[in-house]
Design a protein around this ligand. Sequence first.
Ligand code: ATP
Length: 379
Amino acid sequence: MTPPDILRLDNITKRYSSQLPPAVDRVSLALQQGEILGLLGPSGCGKTTLLRLIAGFEQPDDGDVFLGSQSVCGTTWLPPERRDVGIVFQDYALFPHLTVAQNVAFGLQGNSRGGPTATEIEQQTAAAISLVGLEGLKHRFPHELSGGQQQRVALARALAPRPTIILLDEPFSNLDVQVRLYLRQEVRDILRQVGASGVFVTHDQEEALALADRVAVMHQGRLEQIDAPEAVYGQPSSRFVAEFVTQANFLPAQHSAGGWLTEVGCFKAKTDATDQPGSQLGQVDLMVRQEDIALVEDAVGGAVVRDRQFLGREYKYCLQTPAGKWLYARLPVGNPIAIGSRVTITVPSQQVRLYPRQSGDARLEPVGSTGSPPATAML
Ligand code: ATP
């Protein structure tokens, strides 16, 4: 049986100004008990606004938010402190003059289920501190802790009242890479352990895919796709999702008897072309992911290797097409192809996807047949 929804957004719209497009535009989604949802999108797409709408820090102009079966911004407005929602901010937001234990206990004062006794506060504080592995540090002040430890305190404070939902706003973005990687795994484990449901905001594709049960991809206030990480990555519903989540390559392609003809060769696609909007004219943008490309050195190949980066487990190749477009390919280490070589590109047909032809994309504009790849392109 499907678990009941503990959070439902029903066609939510939020405008900060009547002169500007909405920050959140007709978003509907539901979260089930125990589920972790990642809100993913580029800067300014409305992720934080959506989180603030759930928390009750913003009121929607349209639509409703349901916590369980209760509407919280319809006829009755439920303020943040009565929403039974825990929040973890990017900058930890700890009280500098309070110890770890006092910071965590503070989260219990506003418990919407009534005031706990002093003993209960002590027990719940100790349990939350133990959950995040900070038992030995409970008398320290925030400035005596590392960034990762401070974020654990923030998590303990949010979890202590045992809220139904935890909202996390870019919780790892102030941490260095190593801490970030292990803390995100820990947070996932902790949420699982207590059976909490979570919504976390990130602009990091890898983080969203690694941490979430489902990923909601936002673009200009709209929800573009909400799906399991594998589906978002493997079957992106729009070209935006494909570009943002997988950093895929796109090539203009024309239908021909042999398949989809591009300037670097002809590709077969498993997808039925007639299903693709815009493909009726026989013209599409063909998507190939960097890791799906195979390269063979070939004196008459359609692309030239302009750069190669060693990334440890793989090489990242920067290829240039005859029209000057840049394509990127990731191949296993071994038998490196020399810079300057001509190559033939092949891609398994089941990995090729087709999208309606899009014009005016600066990344696809010809840049001349020589020169260097764009500065950020090899990252
Ligand atoms: P980031 O990843 O950079 O934090 P985001 O996806 O979280 O971005 P939001 O912070 O939700 O995006 O902002 C969405 C849009 O709303 C942006 O255009 C932003 O400039 C605008 N915006 C956000 N907060 C306000 C505000 N208080 N007043 C006016 N406009 C705002």
